[in-house]
Design a protein around this ligand. Structure first.
Ligand SMILES: Nc1nc2c(ncn2[C@@H]2O[C@H](COP(=O)(O)OP(=O)(O)OP(=O)(O)O)[C@@H](O)[C@H]2O)c(=O)[nH]1
Length: 347
């Protein structure tokens, strides 16, 4: 009997659309399926890898740059080779692309893989229902990304009205006719839709119609990739930060700074908790959690945007450090706690 090939599912979607959130949901909800993950983050600190670590059967993080620009398939093949080692007994491999990756380049890289243990499992494009109209206006190439998908997950539907949801859905269906669209909140989609045999075969059929020439149609011109216009800034600090100054920074963040993610170590009243931070466009959330035993108390942030002055951003963040003589109490944390969904988890 022929050995079952391992499907490789690509998860793409613009910065902050909810790829990692969906991936975490899939891991939690598919306990019987052994999932191998390749996580590609745009910055050199792989915040996404930190976010999925511990839930996954096997993971390979890739920092600094876009997997879609891997010069040839060798690098991808090497990673897939490691994840499909029969000893790992992985059932499915999920590749979470960076929020700026070119789906077509990713498909092309997978297509040219020489790994005989894998089969292409389809491209899932996550769309942020709340940000999509504005993001699309800035980046018309997103339409092409959505068109390359075998399945669109219209995420963050909790952030839009029913009418807005219908509008975005109609837009997607208009320029990607026939592509199935799942609406979701917090990436909660049924894992069977992604990993099941039937949709996979259906996706495969559609994929087979897409020839190598089709996916090469963009000529692999990196200058036209979304990430060519974006830059990332990494900030790490062992000094605890002053919550009020951090909020001042975030409230006046440069217009081009679209995505901020990572975690913060605050001074004073907030020091006992690690505060995860997510900014996506105008959206801002803090997610407090306990520090792990022995975990170094540091701040690590990745900031991604267009036309941002890296030196100014780094300098402004460095100025958020609290001085040893400053008294920082609960009132200084109020600005932060306004952006915590479950305030009870905050102290
Ligand atoms: N309200 C709401 N927030 C969401 C939803 N899905 C994700 N988020 C939040 O959106 C932020 C970004 O989510 P991520 O899953 O990190 O997005 P991502 O696509 O992996 O981000 P990048 O890797 O930077 O491109 C986080 O604060 C999530 O908690 C959703 O459906 N509704």
């Amino acid at each position: 009997m022929a050995t079952q090939r391992i499907p490789v599912v690509l998860v793409t979607g613009f910065l902050g659309s909810g790829k990692t959130t969906m991936l975490n949901h899939l891991m939690r909800d598919s306990a019987d399926t052994r999932i191998g993950v390749i996580v590609n983050d745009f910055g050199s600190i792989n915040i996404d890898a930190l976010a999925v670590a511990g839930q996954v059967d096997s993971m390979i993080p890739i920092e600094n740059g876009c997997l879609c620009c891997a010069a040839d398939a060798t690098e991808m093949d090497e990673m897939l080779g490691r994840l499909t080692d029969p000893e790992l007994r992985i059932d499915v491999v999920v590749i979470e692309a960076s929020g700026l990756a070119e789906p077509q380049s990713m498909i092309r890289t997978l297509l040219s893989s020489t790994n005989e243990r894998i089969v292409y499992g389809g491209l899932v494009e996550v769309v942020d229902a709340a940000e999509f109209p504005a993001t699309r206006a800035r980046h018309p190439e997103l339409d092409r990304h959505v068109r390359a998908a075998d399945l669109v997950v219209l995420n963050k539907t909790d952030r839009v009205t029913e009418e807005e949801r219908r509008d975005v859905l109609a837009t997607v269906q208009d320029f990607a006719p026939g592509t199935p669209v799942l609406t979701a909140a917090h990436g909660r989609v049924d894992p069977a839709v992604l990993f099941d045999h039937r949709p996979r075969e259906a996706a495969g059929e559609r994929f087979r119609q897409l020839s190598f020439a089709d996916v090469c149609a963009d000529g692999h011109d990196h200058a036209h990739h979304l990430h060519a216009a974006y830059q990332s800034v990494e900030f790490t600090s062992a000094e605890p930060l002053h919550p009020r100054r951090v909020m001042e920074f975030l409230d006046s963040r440069p217009a081009g700074l679209y995505r901020v993610k990572g975690f913060l170590h605050f001074a004073g009243a907030g020091r006992e908790r690690k505060f995860g931070l997510h900014a996506v466009g105008s959206y801002l959330r803090f997610e407090p959690s306990p520090w792990e035993r022995g975990e170094p108390r540091v701040t690590q942030l990745v900031l991604i945007g267009t036309g941002i002055d890296a030196d100014t951003v780094s300098k402004r963040l460095a100025e958020c450090a609290a001085t040893s003589t400053e008294e920082i109490d609960e009132t200084h944390m109020m600005g932060v706690l306004r952006y915590v969904d479950d305030v009870n988890g905050a102290d």
